[in-house]
Design a binder for this molecule. Structure first.
Ligand SMILES: *Cc1c(COP(=O)(O)O)cnc(C)c1O
Length: 409
């Protein structure tokens, strides 16, 4: 039997407890959606305000050099690279995750001219599937997409690229990056990993796992703000041969030579397309810097205790409520979220949000709770589950106002 007092004890012993105070978290809100939009770091408004008023306002165009705006994509990319265990000089911040997927899957296909299949998982995030289809159509060279339940079992000599999301957005199930990458390489396929739901929450060692390509999101566990720029990473051994499909001027070897002919920059800089979004990069850097302050092992340890606690407490407090756990119980097979299916998930989540417990709903019937270990307390889980139990036992989720679907869930 878990009691609230036991959790208060855990909070007092939590080595990450001090990080919570570095975030703006509204009173009477328990935020379980940091996997969709991370919380606001307290330092972000000051930093962005300074970039706007001082750097832009006073330095004007000189700020590109004086405040080193021009190297932000590589500088912040390098910091993210350390969070994901990538080799030095292999990660850059640019564009959105969707666009970076397009760029890297295209580059991977160019390296694999004899092979025509992009293999992925049927339950992958829709943008990943849409981008692969759109790219295959655009290339018009007979590529096909195979979206299957067990992609490793479907690897074969025709597979050019295995494109997977590390932690599944709906179920929270996590792949073994090293094992899957080895299996793909053994059959001659290149791998593109989407780390959107793992960066900043789960340990990664891209270099040690010999990962070819990776992309990921800046606004989830990195706390970079709404629509924060994304990142991409390319193994050093592939960079020299890397042919980007979007050959913008800032990926040129000498952008300020204004040469009419395109010549790619050395290394990862060729993955940059156009002028970087400086204000958004400034916000992202604050979020990334916060994560670099904490040891990844502590972050993962707390994340596993939080997700385990959600599973145990819902079993204890809401047995017989009809929630079916979708997330694997085995620690090494889950990320930092817990998902349940329930026929009335949508209305139940709306009723929770009305009471300040913010998680989200994913079609068709998934109630999703994201556990950001940087700013959640163990007692928050207790309080959130108590609200869930109250919402179910009172039947308030049946109120008509909770049934109406919103445009963003
Ligand atoms: C959040 C997420 C994205 C987001 O892509 P955007 O281009 O930023 O909209 C992509 N892939 C996965 C797996 C995600 O979870």
């Amino acid at each position: 039997m878990i009691e609230r007092d036991d959790l208060a004890v855990l909070d007092r012993a939590d080595p990450l407890a001090g990080m919570r105070d570095r975030f703006v978290l509204p009173d009477r809100v328990i935020y379980l959606d940091g996997n969709s939009l991370g919380a606001l770091p307290k330092a972000t408004p000051t930093r962005v305000g300074r970039v706007v008023s001082h750097e832009w306002g006073e330095s004007l165009i000189r700020a590109w050099a004086e405040h080193d705006w021009i190297s932000m994509p590589l500088r912040i990319g390098e910091k993210i690279g350390r969070l994901i265990g990538a080799a030095p000089q292999s990660t850059v911040v640019a564009d959105s995750t969707s666009v970076n997927l397009f760029k890297l899957v295209s580059a991977a296909l160019t390296l694999q001219s004899e092979r025509k299949v992009i293999l992925t998982e049927a339950g992958n995030f829709p943008t990943d599937l849409y981008i692969a289809h759109g790219l295959a159509t655009l290339l018009g060279r007979g590529h096909s997409i195979q979206a299957v339940d067990d992609p490793v079992a479907a690897l074969g000599p025709e597979v050019a690229v295995l494109m997977l999301t590390h932690v599944n957005y709906r179920t929270g199930a996590m792949h073994d990056v090293g094992a899957v990458t080895r299996a793909a390489h053994a059959l001659g396929a290149l791998v593109v990993w989407d780390l959107s739901h793992s960066v900043g929450a789960v340990p990664l060692q891209l270099a040690a796992d010999d990962v070819d390509f990776a992309v990921g999101c800046g606004y989830k566990y990195l706390n970079g703000g709404p629509g924060a720029p994304a990142f991409l990473s390319v193994a050093p051994r592939l960079q020299a041969a890397l042919r980007m499909p979007l050959t913008g001027w800032l990926g040129h070897a000498e952008p300020f030579a204004f040469d009419p002919d395109y010549r790619p920059a050395e290394g990862i800089a060729r993955a940059i397309v156009g002028t970087p979004p400086v204000l958004s990069l400034a916000a992202l850097e604050v979020g990334v810097d916060l994560l670099t302050e904490v040891p990844m092992a502590a972050l993962r340890g707390k994340s596993l205790r939080l997700t385990g606690l959600v599973m145990d407490l819902i079993a204890q407090e809401c047995a017989g409520c009809g929630f079916e756990l979708l997330t694997p119980r085995e620690p090494k097979r889950r990320g930092s979220q817990v998902s349940f299916s329930h026929p009335d998930s949508y209305a139940i989540m709306q009723a929770l949000i009305a009471r300040g417990v913010i998680g989200d709903f994913r079609a068709p019937d998934v109630l999703r709770l994201g556990l950001a270990p940087l700013y959640l307390r163990f007692v928050d889980i207790w309080d959130a589950v108590a609200v869930l139990r109250a919402v179910i036992s009172s039947g308030e989720w049946r109120e008509a106002r909770f049934a109406m679907r919103r445009s963003v869930t």
